[in-house]
Design a binder for this molecule. Structure first.
Ligand SMILES: [Zn+2]
Length: 236
């Protein structure tokens, strides 16, 4: 009886350990050790603006307009099921010269997904972008910037460069504010910075405030001498 109990405790501990390696281990490699993951570009006077979670029928077109008005190309990490519902916005972004990245199909937290479901999320996200735009995405960013090993490996197999960020002006809970976002991005920008923004999702006010912030954010970055480029140029 006692042996069976000890055995089940040992099995449980092994399972917990395996799950920790699968989730925290991959996250540590990506987030802290930066193995096979890009969080910033080379130290040149360039920065990249990246937008997660779209396309959003209301706000992504506003963001695209603001970028076009300023003559800026950026990078969009899109959610596959939203691409499937608004493929014309993904096509418009690609046609305008923006880079598109895979942000999984349905934006599930990868720590809650076993390997098979994770691979499906990565593959379906890429397929939705390929179907909408005719091109496979070249970049991958996991939801909330949180990897598991299956996503880490699958992105590599698909030749999608894993990209996180070095500047993020939004809190997870506090409502976004255009002036505060602009001030923080302009102040924290550094050579090679990758800035994380949202054209959809996040706090309900975030996409609207992001669109409002863009003209002053871009002007402030340029005043500091930064060129604003898509990832393919920042990382070239
Ligand atoms: Zn996201």
């Amino acid at each position: 009886m006692r042996n069976a109990f000890v055995h089940s405790v040992e099995l449980g501990a092994a399972a917990v350990g395996a799950v920790a390696v699968y989730t925290l281990g991959a996250h540590a490699a990506a987030e802290w050790l930066r193995i096979g993951v890009v969080k910033r570009g080379p130290a040149r006077p360039r920065v990249a603006l990246t937008f997660d979670d779209g396309p959003d029928p209301a706000y992504t077109p506003r963001v695209l307009d603001a970028l076009a008005d300023a003559g800026v190309r950026a990078t969009f990490f899109m959610v596959g099921r939203r691409v499937a519902a608004a493929g014309q916005i993904a096509r418009a972004a690609a046609a305008a010269g923006h880079d598109l990245g895979n942000h999984t199909y349905s934006h599930r937290h990868l720590w809650s997904l076993p390997p098979g479901a994770t691979v499906a999320e990565v593959d379906r996200g890429a397929a939705a972008l390929a179907h909408a735009t005719g091109a496979m995405p070249r970049y991958f960013r996991p939801p909330w910037g949180t990897f598991n090993w299956a996503a880490y490996i699958r992105a590599g197999q698909l030749r999608e460069l894993r990209v996180l960020w070095s500047v993020r002006p939004e809190g997870l809970i506090v409502a976004a504010d255009a002036a505060r976002m602009t001030a923080l991005v302009v102040r924290q920008a550094h050579p090679g910075a990758i800035v994380n923004l949202h054209d959809c999702g996040g706090h309900p006010s975030t996409p609207r405030e992001t669109a409002v912030a863009l003209p002053s954010m871009i002007a402030g970055l340029r005043r500091r001498g930064f060129d604003i480029v898509p990832l393919r140029e920042l990382l070239a």
